[in-house]
Design a protein around this ligand. Structure first.
Ligand code: SF4
Length: 197
């Protein structure tokens, strides 16, 4: 499936802006996604990332996310740091390499909380910024989103935000807003792997 063509068909069918609860992994990734979607959606960002370790790194990324949203005048839904939810979910997969079997569980955890909150709070759509990263497989992320769409009965915005210069634009916007850009994915395992490289 061409996810961006699908997304364009969806947004071009709107006769007015829809609401979306957008899961964001970090400020830099959210920057180009917000720019792309704000014409079509009334956006609320949720920063639910219990995978990010240690706590000070989580808070650093969260502060940058909130600072960007204030600059862009975008709404923000706060949620606690629930690191134990991440460890419960990935139990048994700790030794997997980055992009192995642990990562889809991690994506699903973050996207499922977003879908359930979006449904509970009456948003029209839910989505995620995760596909901006060239390291993240868009097919897996979109399949998870479509499964959650069925489970929670709320539409998922399919997309491949890295494409059409989405990743490149996130780097430009990160420079423009002087955003902190991390050098590892998030969990302690990815930090260790990165340091070993
Ligand atoms: S490497 Fe990234 S996506 Fe994979 S489990 Fe760790 S934080 Fe999640």
């Amino acid at each position: 499936m061409n996810y961006n063509e699908e997304m364009k068909k969806i947004v071009n069918s709107f006769d007015s802006k829809k609401t979306i609860l957008l899961h964001s992994c970090c400020g830099p990734c959210s920057s180009s996604v917000i720019e792309r979607l704000k014409e079509y959606f009334d956006i609320t960002v949720i920063y639910y990332n219990p995978n990010i370790e240690p706590l000070e790194e989580y808070l650093k990324r969260k502060d940058e996310q909130i600072r960007l949203l204030k600059e862009l005048n975008i709404k923000y839904l706060d949620i606690d740091y629930l690191n134990e939810e991440y460890h419960d979910a990935i139990k048994g997969y700790e030794k997997e390499p980055e992009n192995g079997a642990r990562c889809p569980i991690c994506y699903n955890l973050r996207m499922e909380r977003t879908a359930s909150l979006a449904k509970e709070k009456g948003y029209d759509y839910f989505g995620t910024t995760l596909t901006v990263s060239p390291h993240k497989p868009s097919k897996i992320i979109n399949e998870i989103g479509l499964n959650l769409q069925e489970k929670y009965q709320i539409p998922f915005l399919v997309a491949d935000f890295k494409k059409e210069d989405g990743y490149k634009r996130s780097i430009e916007l990160s420079k423009k807003y002087n955003l902190y850009r991390q050098d590892y994915c998030g969990c302690a395992y990815s930090r260790r792997n990165n340091n070993e490289e």
